[in-house]
Design a protein around this ligand. Structure first.
Ligand code: HC0
Length: 576
């Protein structure tokens, strides 16, 4: 234990505690900018400078461990002045067109400038970066706004194990860029957008498709149908002032209707279909000596990851399209046929917590009879912007339901949005089908939670113990994939992998929460809770095979799961 003084008060903390952490324990606020708890603790931005009595230089609180007997001042005139000058220097090299920046009012730099009281930039400032890279389907990188905090570099390398962003140059020529100054579209970027949600400013944003959606809605020749991913409802409310962990389902459906979509459907419906297809595929592989373990194929960041870094393992992937694309493919086939609409006159829009979904929809193999499954994919944030632009008073909206049939879903589907959810949904259905009964104990808590890699053995029947592995985020995925290619997972049957840490609830398209808030709140767990609550408290059915509309769809149209028609519409092969 270490005893020291902070702003005149005595404090005792465990050895190794940084001044920043100690101050927080004592309700003393120290500003930070480059700091990202557990991910980027490098003391680079110098915003967290504090004075240590007797020491000549000010120290960065985020990396400086407390020592016995020191006296720390977090609010001395010297400290305030230094922070202000440092912030002015950062601002002098930053594109300050805040009024037209999508991060305005959600920008950590802007907030700091206000808190610290910067009212003038006394330096001319070198403008080091000029490039705006918008070649990627998913991510726009604007060097004029980058403040070199390196949060994106750390997340991309250490959390996602992708490492396509790095620092180049020194001093005023310093830049954060992909290798050789290439576009994000031309390096091994998996489009996950974790860089975006960890960027404090507007240097990294999603490629906006909002105008394309407005144009479609305004086009009288088009039937415009929207589908919303499971995780969107766990976070959309945050954009309208609701606390993290507020369920948005009903108001979201109401808002989408008022935006002018012809039909408001739920990706969750297709998640139920996915369980029918993927569960059947797994049983087929188990019974017929197919490639095992089988790995889920619904996260497009993960798909790009395996194609780029583990192509030899592609036969392990399920052949199922993602629920997003299954929904699109069914709308352009079954729905179009039954409603006498030419699929060419349909525009399917998906609202996703994900930036990689923008990449997924334009993959050439994801179509049905030449019609692209999904036409436009927007993020949760873009939907919020549309609602604001339309001046819909979101908080005043009533709760409404999705439209019938393709809006019907189960608790199994909604938990897809949290890590472990797809696995739990699959096990619920497999257990019922193989035991031929409606099992009541269906909360498989062993596969839930934010632990990086989860392993469980589920006794599905007295004779079948299914061994499963679940991982989320590139680094954890990499741990599992290394084991897989080394032959260490030969006795595992089914693996769920999701590209983002925490699963889709923490996807790169979700509302952006400041690093400061993330010091206190695990947004992955809070948002996941929304989905598990919807599953256990709000939905009539909690198993995919009990979805009445899904049952009807197979009876009337698809035939058997994994049958000929289902294969044609709902499956694909990834082979890059
Ligand atoms: Fe997900 Fe999905 S659960 S990937 O995390 O499977 O993005 O929310 O929409 O497609 O359903 C994201 C979330 C989806 C898909 C579903 C899956």
């Amino acid at each position: 234990e270490i005893t020291f003084k902070i702003n005149g008060q005595d404090m005792t903390v465990p050895e190794g505690t940084t001044i920043l952490e100690a101050a927080k324990l004592n309700n003393i606020d120290i500003p930070t900018l480059c700091y990202l708890k557990g991910i980027n603790e490098i003391g680079a931005c110098r915003m967290c400078l504090v004075e240590i009595k007797g020491a000549r230089a000010l120290q960065a609180a985020c990396v400086y461990p407390v020592a016995n007997g020191i006296e720390v001042l977090t609010n001395s005139p010297k400290v305030r002045k230094a922070r202000k000058v440092n912030l002015e220097l950062i601002l002098s090299n930053h594109n300050r067109e805040c009024t037209i920046c999508v991060r305005s009012e959600n920008c950590e730099l802007q907030a700091l400038a206000k808190e610290i009281g910067v009212s003038d930039i006394p330096f001319e400032g070198e403008k080091s970066g000029t490039l705006i890279d918008n070649k990627s389907t998913s991510i726009v990188r604007d060097e004029t706004k980058c403040i070199l905090c390196k949060r994106c570099v750390a997340v991309c390398a250490n959390v996602q194990n992708v490492a396509v962003l790095g620092s180049v140059g020194r001093g005023f020529t310093s830049q954060v860029q992909p290798v050789f100054g290439k576009s994000l579209a031309d390096v091994g970027c998996i489009n996950c957008g974790q860089c975006i949600i960890n960027c404090p400013v507007g240097a990294l944003t999603e490629k906006s498709d909002v105008q394309r959606v407005w144009d479609a809605i305004e086009d009288p020749t088009k039937t415009v149908i929207v589908q919303t991913a499971p995780a969107v409802r766990s976070a959309l409310g945050e954009e309208f002032g609701y606390p993290i962990g507020t369920r948005a389902t009903g108001q979201m459906a109401a808002a989408l209707r008022r935006l002018g979509f012809d039909k408001v459907f739920d990706t969750d419906f297709a998640a139920d279909v996915t369980i029918m297809e993927e569960g059947t595929e797994l049983l087929g592989r188990l019974n017929n000596g197919g490639v095992l373990p089988m790995i889920t194929s619904c996260s497009p960041g993960w798909i790009k990851y395996i194609e780029t870094y583990y192509p030899e393992a592609l036969p392990h992937l399920s052949s199922c399209k993602s629920p997003q694309n299954m929904a699109g493919a069914l709308l352009k086939s079954h729905y179009a046929e039954t409603n006498n609409i030419d699929p060419k006159d349909m525009v399917v829009v998906s609202v996703m917590p994900c930036t990689a979904k923008k990449y997924e929809i334009q993959r050439p193999e994801l179509n049905v009879d030449g019609n692209q499954d999904v036409d436009i994919s927007i993020t949760t944030r873009e939907l919020a912007r549309m609602i604001k632009e339309a001046r819909i008073m979101y908080t005043q909206l009533p709760d409404e339901d999705f439209d019938a049939y393709y809006g019907e879903s189960t608790g199994a589907a909604v938990i897809f949005g949290a890590t472990g959810g797809v696995m739990e949904a699959a096990v619920r259905t497999l257990a019922d089908i193989l035991n031929n009964k409606d099992i009541q104990e269906i909360d498989y808590v062993g596969v839930r939670g934010v632990e990086g890699v989860k392993t469980a053995t589920v006794d599905v029947t007295p004779d079948l113990a299914v061994k499963v592995v679940i991982a989320h985020g590139g680094s954890n995925i990499n741990t599992v994939m290394k084991q897989l290619v080394a032959g260490e997972l030969a006795d595992t049957h089914f693996i769920e992998l999701m590209g983002c840490p925490g699963g889709c609830v923490n996807g790169g398209g979700q509302p952006i929460v400041s690093a400061k808030t993330k010091m206190d709140v695990d947004i992955r767990a809070e948002r996941a809770k929304v989905l598990y609550d919807e599953d256990s408290k709000h939905l009539k059915y909690r198993k995919s095979h009990q979805n009445p509309s899904v049952i009807k769809l197979y009876e009337e149209y698809l035939g058997e799961p994994n049958g000929h028609k289902a294969h044609h519409i709902l499956h694909t092969t990834y082979s890059q």
